[in-house]
Ligand binder design. Sequence first.
Ligand code: SAH
Ligand code: SF4
Ligand code: F3S
Length: 477
Amino acid sequence: MSKIKLSMPNLGDARSRKQKETPTFSYKLNNEYKNIGYGKTYHIFTYGCQGNEADSEVIAGILEDLGYVKAAEPYAADVVILNTCAIRENAENRIWGVLGNLKGVKAQRPNILIGICGCMPQEENATNKLMSSYPFVDLIFGTHNIYDLPKLLNEAYHKDAKVIEVISTEGAIYEGAPKHRESNYKAWVNIMFGCDEFCTYCIVPYTRGKERSRAKEDIIAEVKDLVAKGYQEVTLLGQNVNAYGKDLGSDYTFGDLLYDLDKTGIKRIRYTTSHPRDLDLKTIYAMRDCPSVMPHLHLPVQSGDNHILKKMNRKYTCEEYLAKIATLKKEVPGISITTDIIVGFPNETEEEFANTLKLVDEVKFEGAFTFIYSKREGTPAAKMEDLVSDEVKHERLDRLNELVDKYYLAGNKRFEGQVVKVLVDGVSKNNPDNLCGYSEHLKLVHFPSKDMSLVGKIVNVKITEGKTWFALGELVE
Ligand code: SAH
Ligand code: SF4
Ligand code: F3S
C-alpha cells in the first residue's frame, strides 16, 4: 500500500507560539462526504485524559453524521479508531499492545479501516514507528485534524493508501461539531484547548497546541442546552482552566465564568485541571458562593520540593501552594482536595522526595494520582541527567502511595454518619446488589439498591462506613 503523506508532526513547530489570535471555525459537513458511512459501523477506543474522552464524543458525532452506527462489538466494527495518549511511556505501551491485537483482526477482515488519532501521532517518533512497524494502520491523524475526519476517511476509502495527516500548529477552535455524548446526565464541556505552561517533563503543550479559550457565550449556550436536555452535571475541561480567557485579552476570567454558569440552572459544576499558579481568589470565591460549584478541587502539586518544582518549571513554591490550600480550606469549609504527584523526577534526592511526603502530610490530600517520572522525547527534562535507579523510584512510589492511601481512607471516613448527595451512575462493578455514584465531594459511594430508575438522579445517602477507595451507605429520603 502506498502512502499519502499529507503532513507529518514536528515537535519544533509544535513548540512555537507565534499565532496571536485563534481562528474560530464553524463545523460544516461537506455534502461530498455525506453517507460515506451508510451501512457501516464504528468503534472508538479511548485512552488518556478527559480531553480525549470529549474528543472521542466529537469523533463519534462526526461518524454518526456520516451515517456510521456504533458497532455491537469493538472488533466487529468496520472502522476502528484508537484515540491515544502520550503522557507516559506506559500509556503508549498499552496502545502498542492493542495495535498488536488489531493486526490479527485486520488479517481476518482486510476491509476494516483502522485509524489512530490523539496525542501519540503528534510525536515524531511515534508516527515514524506507526508508519514503519504497523503497515495495517490505514489512517493516522492528529489532535488538530479531527474536524477533517470526513475528508480523511474519504481519502482512505478511495485512494487505497495509508493517509497521514498530523499538523503541529498552535491550533484553532471549531464550534458546532456534532457530538455523541456517552451520558445523558453528565457532560464534558471544553472551555479551552491546549497548554502554554511547558512544564519541563510534559508532552501536552506539544501535542495539543497553544492555550485557546472558547468564547464565554458559546460555553454558556452549551451548558444551557445541556440543562434543557436534563443534564445534572458538567465538568469544565482544559489543561489549565485557571488560565481561561487570558488568550482572549479580556479581563473575564475563569472565576467570572463559574459565576455565570451557576446561573444556568445546572445542578453540579466540576472542573479540571487547575494549575496552582493561576488559581485565583475569584475562583475560590466562586466555589464558596455558587451552590452548583462542587466542593472538590483537583490541584496537581507534582512535588513538595522547591528545587524540583523549579526544575519542573511549575512557577510556584510549596509555600505559595500551601497558602492557596489554606485559603481554599478557609473559604470552602470541608472542601476535598486531590492532586497529582510525580516521583523520581531527574536526579531527585531522598531529601527532596521526603519534602513531598511532608507536603502530603500537611495538606492531607483525599486522593492523589501518583506517577513515576517518564521521559518524553522532545521535552527539556528528557535532556536532564538522571542517576536515580528504577528500583529507588519504585520504592519511593510505594512509600508515597502508602501515605496517600491513609488520607484517602480518612477522606471517606469523615463522612460516616452524614447524609450526602449522590449522582447515581449505575450498578457497582463489584456488587450487583449495589448502585454507585459520586457525592458532591467526589467520593465514590456504594449503596444497596436495584432501582435502575435512580440512574442519572441525585439521591440522599447516609454513609455507614468509609473505606479506602469508596464509602458504603444506605438510601434515605
Ligand atoms: N494539565 C494537567 C495535567 C495533565 S497530565 C495539569 O497540569 O495538572 C496529568 C498528570 O500526568 C500531570 O499532572 C502529571 O502529574 C503527570 N505527568 C505528566 N507528564 C508526565 C511525565 N512525563 N511523567 C510522569 N508523569 C507525568
Ligand atoms: Fe503538562 Fe504542565 Fe500543561 Fe499540565 S500544565 S498539561 S503538566 S505542561
Ligand atoms: Fe494524554 Fe494527550 Fe490527555 S497526552 S493526558 S491524551 S492531553
